[in-house]
Design a protein around this ligand. Structure first.
Ligand code: C6P
Length: 425
């Protein structure tokens, strides 16, 4: 199944795996999927919010419900055994995708947000107190920023923010100043969902470890889009979401180094995570099940493994190159006009997304006009309100790219932005 890493992605072929891309949009929103004749072809550029799901992954979900739908770890009947094996093996597959040391290091959660909360509650509440510090960056997503902020309030730990410079890069010298022996946790977004900045997480991990702190890497916008290796970056924790990487919604991942997860207490209590319960006390299942209380998202977990297969078959190096090229092209085309502000570093230094504003056109109006041309982008604060405050704007428009997007779609985006500009002139 191997691919030549130097070969570009065969986008036309890939698009055949995603029938949704043949849709027309703009019809009656009460009847999703049914055009009303007055609609336009879809150009989907909202992949950083949620990517589309290929047939190969949809088929795995359908097969689960058609053939072996059953609860895991609870029955000795055949269906339950089949579901349990597939669900457990899915952890191995995901571990392999990010080069973790096996299923013990891979906890399935609902999404990145839940993975952040798991560590904040299970580790943060137990370990942090007055005098301790948590270091974040100014470009954190609310999933990490709000979570650690609240844990700081509850424990008395201080939360500090590494500066983002005027070009949208992380000020690594400032990180070196902020991270001290009082720092217990450094939580850093790998690729910013607003600036597209790719942060030097390996370097930040080195600094944190020199001071005895843990590093939590928010991989929501990196694991779907580039090769990510937990060992190479020496992350103590890594979080990501299935729905941004060709997988279904409702499934996310917390990677944690085994020795740290062993030490942590559970986050949720209940069935499936215990070993022995008496009226007085309980003991916990082995990893990762200790952190997966209750009936999990079984089909979604199994389908996430299929998404990993799909992406690995494409080749993550090629996925990264394709997205970077589209983002650089979009950056160049959008900045041809002086009235466009693109946030973040230059085109060749960013992940596969471009957030921008056009003078005199509110991002929401822009998004709505683009929607009339069938173009789906995101407008708003992208769950980075403090960063938007710093950028001096309440909202931005954002186009984000994935394996099935083309340069022609970027051209269509730029043309539609031109039309919006003329409407508001
Ligand atoms: N960003 C967007 O940018 P969830 O919703 O839990 O699957 O992912 C949260 C999350 C955490 N970190 C980063 C860097 C993210 O980009 C996201 C999700 C989406 O459109 C929704 S705000």
């Amino acid at each position: 199944m191997g691919v030549q890493e130097s070969e570009p992605l065969d986008v036309e072929r890939i698009r055949e795996d995603f029938p949704i891309l043949e849709r027309r949009v703009g019809g009656d929103v009460e009847s999703p999927g049914e055009g009303d004749g007055d609609d336009t072809p879809l150009i989907y550029l909202d992949n950083a919010a949620t990517s589309q799901t290929p047939d190969q992954v949809v088929d795995v979900i359908a097969d689960y419900y058609r053939s072996y739908n059953s609860n895991v770890h609870r029955g000795i009947h055949s269906l339950s055994q089949e579901a349990s094996v597939a669900y457990e093996q899915a952890h191995d597959r995901v571990a392999d995708f990010v080069n973790a040391d096996g299923r013990e290091e891979v906890v399935f959660t609902k999404n990145t947000t839940e993975a952040e909360n798991l560590v904040a509650y299970a580790w943060g509440l137990a370990e942090l107190g007055p005098g301790d510090e948590v270091v974040l960056t100014e470009m954190e997503h609310h999933a990490s920023l709000v979570t650690w902020q609240q844990i700081g309030k509850r424990t008395g730990a201080d939360v500090k923010y590494v500066r983002v410079d005027d070009e949208g890069r992380l000020d690594v010298d400032h990180a070196r100043e902020l991270i001290t022996d009082d720092t217990e946790m450094v939580s850093v977004v790998h690729v910013s969902n607003t600036l597209g900045t790719i942060n030097p997480v390996e370097e930040i991990a080195d600094v944190a470890h020199d001071h005895g702190a843990y590093v939590f890497v928010d991989g929501a916008q990196s694991v779907p889009n580039r090769p990510v290796d937990v060992k190479a970056m020496d992350a103590d924790f890594l979080a990501f979401s299935g729905h941004k990487m060709c997988g279904p919604t409702g499934i996310g991942v917390l990677y944690g180094k085994r020795e740290i997860l062993e030490e942590m207490q559970p986050y949720l209590y209940g069935g499936d995570m215990i070993r022995k319960v008496t009226f007085e006390d309980a003991t916990w299942e082995e990893l990762p099940w200790k952190f997966e209380a209750g009936t999990p998202n079984i089909a979604q977990g199994i389908a996430l493994a299929a998404a990993c297969d799909y992406l690995d078959d494409l080749g993550m190096d090629r996925v990264e190159t394709h997205e970077n090229q589209l983002a650089a092209y979009a950056y160049d085309r959008l900045t041809e006009h002086d009235d466009v502000t693109v946030y973040g570093p230059p085109g060749d230094e960013r992940g596969g997304l471009v957030a921008f504003n056009v003078d005199g056109v509110h991002a929401h109006d822009l998004s709505s006009i683009l929607n009339d041309s069938g173009i789906a982008i995101r407008a708003g604060d992208h769950c980075t309100q403090p960063l938007h405050d710093k950028l001096g704007t309440a909202a931005s428009a954002r186009a984000s790219f994935y394996v099935y997007n083309t340069r022609e779609e970027v051209d269509a985006l730029v043309e539609a932005v031109d039309e919006a500009r003329q409407l508001f002139a």
